[in-house]
Structures are given as structure tokens and as C-alpha cells.
Ligand binder design. Structure first.
Ligand SMILES: Cc1ncc(COP(=O)(O)O)c(C/N=C2\CONC2=O)c1O
Length: 408
């Protein structure tokens, strides 16, 4: 049994979660003040977890530490490939040839590189919205136009607007589709029929597709993940991105899997990418995929309970909130539009009035006004206090109107 209730002090570890929120959420410097000390905040924003990285991963790092030399490293042997491809076979009934696997120090850097390699300067990048903001940034960074396809939102449920997707995919200047599955921030897991419909559109218009599946291991009980590579087994213009970073809380180890089917694109990657890895990160990832399953199954059960607590608390305390338990990820996507005007700055409101750090509103490209996204990957006591503060802040909003402070 693992102790997910343990509250671990992350202060003075250069954690984005504790030290980076002013710049990331509020675009402010450390002079920005709140009616709470930093350590008083309940942090429910950036997507890493408040749980200790599994002991098997730490043991894997220790084993490599005992070799005592940490020189230039690249994955030459097959051990890591066998560990990761074995993980994909066991959990998703899918794998890939050894030569298609390359590594990146993050999926975001991989997206930044791949957009440049795939899209000509006058070509466009298509993705579903609301979206993780870095899909937009990957287009912006490369000075390519981003084309957005809003999901259909009906009674709290998200589905894909296939007519709009088809229309936008038909533009000959739109050459790359970035799919997020499971989907951040809505928590949807695209089902096989939805994937097949997307695959038809992708194939009809010969789109390149990057399937970002970083959240795929963090499924609710009873849910299943279908890699796009399984639905499109012979489509050469597919790149699949997965990583141990979200699953095993090791994002700081900067290690991700990129599976590039197309030989020419893979050669371009190998020519231009900085193809070295951190030896401790390789050891950690291999240990995770070889020995991490027992921990992951306990984590999933704990997260399911955190989602159940969130659903029950919102139903009782904020009856006009619209919330459905995410099918995957540890991120809760909550529609509070019944309580707020579309232009209200929700992260600022909750930081000031509840001492809760969260993301929401226009932080997800578009089609997200009135929503907050809550990171539920924290000890239950922390979650309960965060939910209590959020509900109290909303329920006292009208009696004590909030005026956003002037930006400092
Ligand atoms: C869909 C998706 N892709 C890629 C990444 C980042 O991959 P990395 O570069 O770390 O390998 C994230 C992390 N999502 C985050 C991180 O903080 N808040 C989020 O929503 C993500 O949600």
C-alpha cells in the first residue's frame, strides 16, 4: 500500500508548482501580493502531482547513481525499448518497431520541433479547443497559423464537431493536426468510433497527425485508451507522443517518447534534434515501465476517489456548477459560468478570495470562458480544503463583491 495521503513539503526545490505561479498564471513578478502567504495556498494548477514518485522509480535512479559516472548518454541498448514497448503491448495492445522510437526532453519541445519539420511557413496547424495552450504556442513559436476546431459542448458533455473538422482539414494549407487523447482540459477519452471518424478525415486530406497521448495511463476505472496508431496501423504520417512524466510524477526528469513512423521525418529529427539523454532519466523511465504498474493501479484508485469527492462536493455546495468526472487525467474541468460573467478573471478571483491556485478562463486558447481546471492529484485532505475554499468563495461572491486589484 502506498501513502497518497502524505503531505510532502516541496518548498525550496525550485518547483514550478510552488514558485512559478505568479509568472505562469498571472504574468507577474514576485512583487505580486495576495491576502495569503505562499505556503497558505492550496495549489491545484500546473499538471504535476503532490505524491512521491514511486519507490521503484527512485530505486532505478539509485541503481544508476551507483555506476558513478554520468557522461554523454543516448539509448543504444534495447532494454529501454523492450520496457516501453512491453508497457504499450500490455496496456493498449499496441506497439511499434524499435527504429521508430526517438526520445525528447519533453513533449512540448518535440511539438515545437515537429511543427517546424512538418509545416511549411505558409501552412497551418489544426487542433481541437478548448486546448492545452502549448498547442497554440507550438504554432506561434514557429510562426505558423493555428486553426481551431471548437468541441461541441452540450449538457456538460464534449463531442467532436466533425463537420467543422472536415471543413478545416480540407484547406490544402492545413497540413498538421495535433490530437490530444486523452484530452486536456476536458478529460475526454476519444472512443474508437470517434478516432475512426477522425482517421477518415486525416486520411482523406493526407494530414500529418501528432497524437499527444501523454495522459493515456491515467484512466478512470473502467475506461480504456486506444492509441491512434492502433486505429491507423498503416498510416505513415503519424507521430505518437507518450511519456512517463504525467503517469509517475517525473516531469522534472525531462524524458518523453516520440514514435515517428515516417522515415524521412525521423531522419530529419535525428539530424537536427539534440539526441542525448539524461542517464538518470532513462533509468527512471525504464524502471517505471518495468515495475511501476502496482503503484499506478493504487494511484488510479486514489484519483477515482478524489474525483468522487469533487463531484459530491460540487453537487452539494455549488448546484449550478456543471461537472462530469474526467474519463482520464487527474484534471477536473468545471463549468462555473452560472456563477461568473464571461470576462471575470477566475484564477485571480480564486487566488485572492480562496487562496487556491488554479487555471481557467482564457488559459485554454478559446471556448473555455467560465471554466476552471482543478488538479486533483493531491492528498485528499488538501483536496477537501481546496474544494471548501472554492465553494465558499463562490457562495460569498455576491455578499462580498470582488474587485480585481490593479496589476502591480
Ligand atoms: C496534452 C499535454 N501535452 C504535453 C504536455 C507537456 O509535456 P512535457 O513537455 O512536460 O513532456 C502536457 C502537460 N500539461 C500540463 C503541464 O502543466 N499544466 C498542464 O496542463 C499536456 O497536458
Amino acid at each position: 500500500m502506498y501513502n497518497f495521503d502524505e503531505i510532502i513539503d516541496r518548498r525550496h526545490t525550485n518547483a514550478m508548482n510552488t514558485d512559478g505561479f505568479r509568472s505562469y498564471i498571472f504574468h507577474a513578478d514576485d512583487s505580486m501580493t495576495f491576502p495569503y502567504r505562499d505556503e497558505e495556498f492550496i495549489r491545484m494548477w500546473v499538471a504535476d502531482m503532490e505524491f512521491a514518485t514511486p519507490d521503484v522509480v527512485i530505486d532505478g535512479i539509485r541503481e544508476r547513481l551507483d555506476r558513478r559516472i554520468f557522461g554523454y548518454t543516448r539509448i543504444f541498448g534495447d532494454d529501454y525499448y523492450r520496457a516501453f514497448s512491453g508497457w504499450c503491448r500490455r496496456r493498449y495492445g499496441w506497439d511499434f518497431p524499435r527504429e521508430q522510437l526517438v526520445t525528447s526532453n519533453g513533449i512540448i519541445p518535440a511539438l515545437y520541433e515537429l511543427v517546424d519539420y512538418i509545416c511549411a511557413p505558409d501552412e497551418r496547424v489544426l487542433f481541437l479547443t478548448p486546448s492545452y495552450a502549448y498547442f497554440q504556442y507550438a504554432a506561434d513559436f514557429n510562426r505558423r497559423e493555428a486553426v481551431k476546431c471548437d468541441l461541441i459542448y452540450d449538457e456538460g458533455r464534449y463531442t467532436i464537431d466533425f463537420e467543422d473538422l472536415e471543413r478545416k482539414a480540407a484547406d490544402p494549407k492545413t497540413t498538421l493536426f495535433i490530437l490530444c487523447n486523452p484530452h486536456n482540459p476536458t478529460g475526454r477519452v476519444w472512443r474508437e468510433p470517434e478516432l475512426r471518424q477522425m482517421a477518415q478525415i486525416i486520411e482523406r486530406h493526407r494530414l500529418w497527425v501528432i497524437s499527444d497521448e501523454i495522459h493515456c495511463d491515467l484512466l478512470r476505472r473502467g475506461e480504456s485508451h486506444t492509441p491512434l496508431g492502433k486505429v491507423m496501423p498503416d498510416y505513415s504520417r503519424l507521430v505518437t507522443c507518450m511519456a512517463p512524466s504525467k503517469t509517475f510524477n517525473m516531469a522534472g526528469l525531462m524524458f518523453s517518447n516520440v514514435i515517428i513512423r515516417d522515415g524521412a521525418l525521423r531522419r530529419r529529427w535525428l539530424e537536427r534534434h539534440y539526441n542525448f539523454d539524461n542517464p538518470l532519466s532513462v533509468a527512471a523511465a525504464q524502471a517505471a515501465y518495468e515495475r511501476g504498474e502496482p503503484w499506478l493501479e493504487e494511484l488510479r484508485a486514489y484519483l477515482d476517489e478524489n474525483f468522487a469527492l469533487t463531484a459530491a462536493t460540487l453537487a452539494e455546495k455549488l448546484p449550478r456548477a456543471v461537472f462530469h468526472v474526467s474519463e482520464a487525467t487527474y484534471l477536473a474541468w468545471v463549468d462555473l459560468s452560472a456563477y461568473f460573467e464571461p470576462d471575470e478573471n477566475l484564477p485571480l478571483f480564486f487566488a485572492h478570495r480562496g487562496g487556491v491556485l488554479l487555471e481557467g478562463g482564457d488559459m485554454f486558447v478559446q471556448h473555455s470562458d467560465g471554466f476552471i481546471r482543478l488538479n486533483l492529484a493531491c492528498p485528499r485532505a488538501t483536496l477537501a480544503e481546496g474544494l471548501r475554499r472554492i465553494c465558499e468563495a463562490v457562495n460569498t461572491k455576491h455578499s462580498e463583491p470582488f474587485t480585481a486589484p490593479d496589476p502591480q
